[in-house]
Each structure stands twice: as C-alpha cells, then as structure tokens.
Design a protein around this ligand. Structure first.
Ligand code: FAD
Ligand code: DHB
Length: 391
C-alpha cells in the first residue's frame, strides 16, 4: 500500500489534517486504533476558539455546529459570591463556541467518508519506521492480516499515549513537563444550564467550572486531589460540592441525572522537536495543556492547519523549508497556550500553598474586574489569537 501522508490517529488533529489535505489534492490514509462508535462517544473538550470555528466552516464541516453550537460572547469569573463578567467579544471582536469535541469528530468522520476518504477503525499493532528515509512506513494489522503502508510523510496524531512520539530516537527530544497535584472530576448532566455563559469559580475548597453542551445538558467540573478515586464521589456529594463552590446570592446550579462522570489528571507537557525525519507530531501527541484555558483541541486543529500548509508548500514548490520550520512555527502558539493555560490554572485552583497565594489570587481576580487592560489580555488569549504565525 502506498500514500502521500499516512495519518496515525483519528481524533481532531488527524481528521482535520485529512480534510485539509483532501482540499489541496494531497492523498492520505487515516488509521485509528479504536472503533468509530468509541471515538464518536468520547466526551472531552467543548470550547472552540474563533479560529477553529472558521476553519471547520472552511472545510465544509460547520453546518451542524452553526445550528447546534452555542455562540458565547464572554465568560464569568466568580469568587466568594461575587461575579466578574469578561466581555470577550466586546473586547476582541471574536467569539467562542460551545460544541462538544465528539460532535466535531462525528461531523469530520461523516464528511471524510462521504468524500470517499480512506479511514480504517480498530487497527491494532500500529508501528512506524524508516523515518529518515523518503519512504517512511506504517505497519499495522487490518482484518487479521499484516499491512505495510509506504508514505512520503507520517503524521503522528495519536494523542498523548500514542506510539509516534515514542518512535523518536532516544535522546533527541527535550520534554518539558509538570504534573499538578490535582485533577478534574467532570460530569455531564441532564439539566438545563442555570447560566448563559461559562462560570469559572475560585473557592477555598477548590476550583469549579460550569459549562454546557446544549440548552438541556450541563457539563460541570470540580478540582479534586491527584489520584482521587471516582467511587468516593456519589452523585449527591458532587452536586453538594458544586453548589458550594459555584454559590451566588439567590442563584443555584440546576441539578439533574448524571449521564457521565470521570476524573482527568492535570498535566502540562511539551515535546521539542515535534518532528524527526519525515515523522511529524501533531496535537496531544506533542503537547498537553491543563484544561483551564480550553486550548488542547484548538491547538490540535492549529497544528493540522500549519502542517497542511507546510505540505502544500512542499508539494507545489518542492521546498522543504516550511516543513523544516514546523516545530518552530507550531511551538510559538503552543507556548502561548501553555502560558495562558497555566495562568488560568494558577489563578483559579487551590494550589495548596496557603493563605498568601490565596490573597494573591483574589487580588488578581479583583484586578480583572477593575482593569480593561487586564480583562483584554485574558479575553484575547481565551478567544484565540489570530491565525498568523507571528500572531
Ligand atoms: P486525541 O483526541 O487524543 O486523538 C488521538 C487519536 O489517536 C484517538 O482517537 C486515539 O484512539 C488514536 N490512537 C491512539 N493510539 C493510536 C495508535 N497506536 N494507532 C492508531 N490510533 C491511535 N481542549 C480544548 O480545546 N477545549 C476544551 O474545552 C477542552 N476541555 C477538555 C476537557 C477534558 C476533561 C479533557 C480530558 C480534555 C480537554 N481538552 C480541551 C483537550 C482536548 O480534548 C485534546 O487536546 C484533544 O482531544 C487533542 O486532539 P488530538 O487529535 O491531538 O488527540
Ligand atoms: C470546557 C472545558 C474546559 O476545559 C474549559 O476550560 C471550558 C469548557 C467544556 O468542556 O465545555
């Protein structure tokens, strides 16, 4: 088997890349280890930046998002029953859209299949090799038989636990990483959101986030200690904690049946370089941000955009210069998102460092309510900086 670009992983990075390449007439094959049903149901991110929304529309996969996505013009920051509104659209002219990651994935898979794209699900034993040659290879098992896919390039879009990053030679990459001493317990509930926009709440007991998926489905998160066991959190205890941390005078969180719950560890990670020979890493395969800035999915889509541009330049002009600069170009945005995600995390979570740090956090939250300059800085990072590599 032979293709131009072999894509390992059918998440947002891999699928967006496939759709971008198809538009440029570059052939590719997507290999996904999980079933279609599994990837279409995996509940994860929900907040799309302005740039991400525009790109999905350009790719012709934005119709349902346009109808069902919730377009927001700001966010709330809450602490000690006081709420500050950050008017993102007023400050930046840009919007954010709430639309579940699994809905993006569903729309992308449907469009890719409808356009006749090659996508194989439930592909085990994926391995990559000959990365420095001009014929790198992906080996895998398909319906019981061993296959070899020769490519010009391999895109490692296989997430944080995938095999592609591990294929970089020992000692080549620097890993910048940090694991926070807490995680997020997230729920999806059959309850109408009691808020029109997202609420990020600071509380002595820990952070809470009120977000949503539709006018009838709420998504909520609370900070829990690292390594926390889900069994310790009955539905009643989760609601009680959410009511305390999100409290505001004369208002409460709308409760309802919990449809899904899970705990995510909180880490920050960057692999540099994001490439070796003709293997390129995109999205979570190369970097993880703490979710407080809502950047992970948006970075994955942006990596796909940059890599597709570099490939297009290679196939039209024969020049490798954009491909050679991929790490540098992508990491500029990644580090901006790292800084913002870590800033939001440290602004809002119980960092376990005692009263001095808590007072600094409260002062910063006050400042965001008082100063348009401070609010503007948060707003432009949250909505996503413009797409040009020089920002
Ligand atoms: P993934 O979505 O992980 O996709 C990788 C794919 O590769 C998967 O389908 C996997 O099955 C497949 N794969 C793995 N190994 C192999 C293999 N060996 N062979 C073939 N296929 C393989 N981001 C935001 O932007 N906004 C948010 O609001 C937000 N909130 C989040 C909330 C939570 C609770 C979590 C957990 C994450 C959140 N994120 C958010 C982050 C976001 O979900 C990820 O950054 C995003 O999924 C990255 O996309 P990706 O395509 O790089 O990787
Ligand atoms: C969502 C998740 C986030 O991490 C975030 O910062 C905002 C929204 C969400 O799941 O909707």
């Amino acid at each position: 088997m032979r293709t131009q670009v072999g894509i390992v992983g059918g998440g947002p990075a891999g699928l967006t890349l496939a759709l971008l390449l198809e538009r440029q007439g570059i052939e590719c094959v997507v290999l996904e280890s999980r079933s279609r049903e599994y990837v279409e149901r995996r509940v994860r991110a929900g907040l799309l930046e302005h740039n991400t929304v525009s790109l999905l529309h350009e790719l012709g996969v934005g119709d349902r998002m346009g109808r069902e996505g919730l377009r927001h013009g700001g966010i709330y920051l809450r602490r000690q029953c006081r709420t500050t509104h950050i008017p993102i659209t007023k400050l930046t002219g840009r919007h954010i859209t709430i639309y579940g990651q699994q809905e993006v994935v569903k729309d992308e898979i449907a469009a890719w299949c409808e356009r006749g794209g090659a996508l194989h699900f439930e592909v085990p034993d994926v391995a990559v090799g000959d990365l420095e040659s001009d014929r790198p290879v992906i080996e895998f098992t398909l319906e019981g038989s061993h296959e070899r896919l020769e490519c010009d390039f391999i895109a490692g879009c296989d997430g944080f636990h995938g095999i592609c990053r591990a294929a970089l030679p020992d000692g080549l990459a620097v890993h910048y990483d940090y694991e926070y001493p807490f995680g997020w317990l997230g729920i999806l509930a059959d309850a109408a959101p009691a808020t029109d926009e997202l609420i990020y709440a600071w509380h002595e007991r820990g952070f809470a986030l009120y977000t949503m998926r539709s006018s009838t489905i709420s998504r909520l998160y609370i900070q829990v200690p690292a390594g926390e066991r889900l069994e310790k959190w009955s539905d009643a205890r989760i609601w009680q904690e959410l009511q305390i941390r999100l409290a505001s005078e004369g208002w409460s969180v709308n409760e309802g049946p919990i449809l899904e719950k899970g705990i995510t560890p909180m880490r920050t990670f960057v692999c540099e370089p994001m490439q070796f020979g003709n293997l390129f890493l995109l999205g979570d395969a190369a970097h993880i941000v703490p979710p407080t800035g809502a950047k992970g999915l948006n970075l994955a889509v942006n990596d796909a955009r940059l890599f597709a541009e570099a490939l297009s330049s290679f196939y039209t002009s024969g020049s490798r210069s954009a491909l050679d600069a991929f790490t540098e170009t992508a990491l500029r945005r990644v580090w901006r998102a790292q800084d913002f995600s870590n800033y939001m995390t440290q602004l809002l979570h119980d960092l376990g460092r005692g009263p001095f740090d808590r007072m600094l956090q409260l002062s910063r939250l006050d400042y965001l309510g008082q100063s348009t300059a401070a609010a503007h800085s948060l707003a432009e990072n949250y909505a996503g900086l413009p797409a040009a590599p020089d920002f």
